[in-house]
Design a protein around this ligand. Sequence first.
Ligand SMILES: Nc1ncnc2c1ncn2[C@@H]1O[C@H](COP(=O)(O)OP(=O)(O)O)[C@@H](O)[C@H]1O
Ligand SMILES: [Mg+2]
Length: 443
Amino acid sequence: MKPNRKFEDKSSVDLERAEDQLRENEDRYRTLFDLAPVAVYSCDASGVIQNYNNRAAELWGRKPKRGDTDERFCGSFKLYRPDGSFMPHEQCPMDDVLSGKVPGTHDAEVHIERPDGSRIIVIVNIAALKDDRGEITGAINCFYDVTERRQAEEALRESVTERVRAEKALRENEVQLRLANDKLESVVQKRTASLRRLSAKLMRSQDEEHRRIARNLHDSLGQYLANVKMNLDVLSRSAAPNQTELLSAALESVERSIAETRTLSCLLHPPLLDEVGFASAARWFTDEFAKRSGIDVQLDLPDGIDRLPELTEIALFRILQESLTNVHRHSGSSSVEIGLTVTENQALLNVRDFGRGMPARLRQGSDLNGSHVGVGLSGMRERVTDLGGRFDIESNSHGTAIVVALPLAGQPSARVTPQSKQSREEFCGLKVAVRVSGNQITG
Ligand SMILES: Nc1ncnc2c1ncn2[C@@H]1O[C@H](COP(=O)(O)OP(=O)(O)O)[C@@H](O)[C@H]1O
Ligand SMILES: [Mg+2]
């Protein structure tokens, strides 16, 4: 049979046309492949890289040789998983697809290390290529760089975490602040209440003191002066037969009045304290106290102590006065021991009785050194605190001790003045020898 020439000519023309079309399509595909902003590469069934575009070479940081059987599955230098562990090329997603383990890969994260050591994060999408029989003949991988996006996300996450942490710290601080504030408020309230109590007590005790002075004035001075007036009245009226007796009685009353005035005045503020210091004033006061109360007083003062700072001397004297008054009023003790120790830095006063001790109510817990005691003890504490000293009360059923430590550094000493002699003799009427030069005192 003769071949159909006409038919042969037509089919070769069609073939040529189809080949032209194919070439054209391939060129288009090639251009698209090279220009695409996404990295693309393809492998054959064994994983050998067949083709890749510019972007893939950029992201890998290298240009592997196409068709090189040593370059399989991926053209990168090294690969890592998102958890940071090393990923050999033959375990990368491309291998999973080529081996048929997975039909394709969608948005998987892979970390690429370039030859210069820099790392990037990429998202990969892989599709298998199959022939007519459905056999895998290769695969195409499209991947893109998300490093900056991830860094921004990470920074955002960190800043959110930081903000949450800061807000938590702020809330905690607020709570702490509120607690501290509440605590402070309650301390202020307690202090205010105790100050109010103290000032009320102070006023009451002032009233009491005034009443006592008034009674003293009325009972002693008043009586003596009334006596003197009566005697003088009688004397002025006539030539009384017992003129001499009346006169001497009047004189005696006047003398007693003078002595009483001295005592009262000295008790209110002993001029001795200003003139010759605490030691002499303490000796005078304890003598008077022993006489008036019948309580045996042991006074242990260091020999020849210098004058102490003025405020310290006043504080020590007032504390001694109040402590002895308390011993007399509350302790029931028949004796009291007073000791003073003076060092370079402090003056230590100790007033100890051997009485019944303070009531259990005051001895319990911190009450003894707290603010719920009487105005006498509170006043002592106030004075001591004011001078930066320490005030302690020790009390049990065998007696009570008041222990006071006052700092001495940095305060000016009280000085003996030339007028001292005169006022000394005028007031307390005690024989006091003073060696002004050495500030040595004997009472
Ligand atoms: N030496 C003491 N012995 C026993 N109790 C004392 C002594 N000193 C003080 N107290 C007790 O402490 C209380 C408070 O004393 P204080 O503050 O001086 O106030 P007041 O003497 O006006 O009562 C006294 O009421 C008394 O119960
Ligand atoms: Mg008292």
